[in-house]
Design a binder for this molecule. Sequence first.
Ligand code: SAH
Ligand code: SF4
Length: 362
Amino acid sequence: MKTNLLNFDLPGLTAHFAQMGEKPFRAKQVMRWMHQAGAADFDEMTDLAKSLRQKLNEQAVVGIPQLMTSQESSDGTRKWLLDVGTGNGVETVFIPEAERGTLCISSQVGCALECTFCSTGRQGFNRNLTAAEIIGQLWWANKAMGVTPKNERVISNVVMMGMGEPMANFDNVVTALSIMLDDHGYGLSRRRVTVSTSGMVPQMDRLRDAMPVALAVSLHASNDAVRDEIVPLNKKYPLKELMAACQRYLAKAPRDFITFEYVMLDGINDKAQHARELIELVKDVPCKFNLIPFNPFPNSGYRRSTQENIRVFRDILQQAGFVVTVRKTRGDDIDAACGQLAGQVQDKTRRQQKWQQIIVEQ
Ligand code: SAH
Ligand code: SF4
């Protein structure tokens, strides 16, 4: 079996090269070739000694996931489905805006956490993505959009808000984040890379210590009764613990606030009284709110809140002094909106096993 060099961040690749008897600067060169020049063939890496190229050809690969399909929406949103083997596919979405370009990437094939309003969660869980499969999404998006080191940067922001719960695939996600932030990799600033979590408290502490990037927390409810229903993980890490973990995270976060995501579900969590309860809940956590109008999918059983309810909810939060954004739905015509990413997931786990996976991960 050849070693896939895309699975290494710079410290990992340097250690691997040391084992091969190669100097640390070679690792930097190869990182730049793979991630900045988009090279997948060692023979393209012309400033490496021929003997090293030969050794790499024998022992290693730059293993990029295969592209299954790509789609472009009328609003410029683009979506790629990457083959991650045995009939499974994961989705990556690029959202262009005037001031920035955001890539939304996936961390798992499916998700074990079963939030009731999420299409990925409904599909079940297959497996964690490798670091190569996570960073491979950024690699592909750059390639597809014709980015070279000489071009302007097209992807300015990365959000881990695609399929899966990033914190449940902790080590591979941290390796991929390390490559995103590295000057020899994608050179993104910590402030422009966001991990979104449904609230895995122990891993929030680990991320703070290992790789503090911007943090978004999928709150979605103002009390435990509602959150227990729609985000089942809440039964394990209820709101009080989650709020405390957010405060601890902020001690090292690159931004001085947490972004709370809040999906607007008609009649479930969108009443004025919920907004007022929310203000009380987050009073000790510097934060911004991102309200996400629910994106429907077949047989979801939920409806999107009315525009009027969303407006009232937003106004209550704003009047209490919070910064609130209401997420615009992008890529509607290609099912690329939040929570609609379905990919191709063959569920491998029964409910019992899913929860074991979550508990073992800690
Ligand atoms: N697992 C992580 C990240 C992926 S989901 C998490 O839950 O945070 C990214 C965001 O989309 C989360 O806030 C999630 O709750 C939200 N989401 C999921 N399904 C949705 C839907 N159908 N409509 C709107 N937002 C949804
Ligand atoms: Fe998983 Fe996030 Fe979907 Fe919940 S919302 S099922 S954690 S992907």
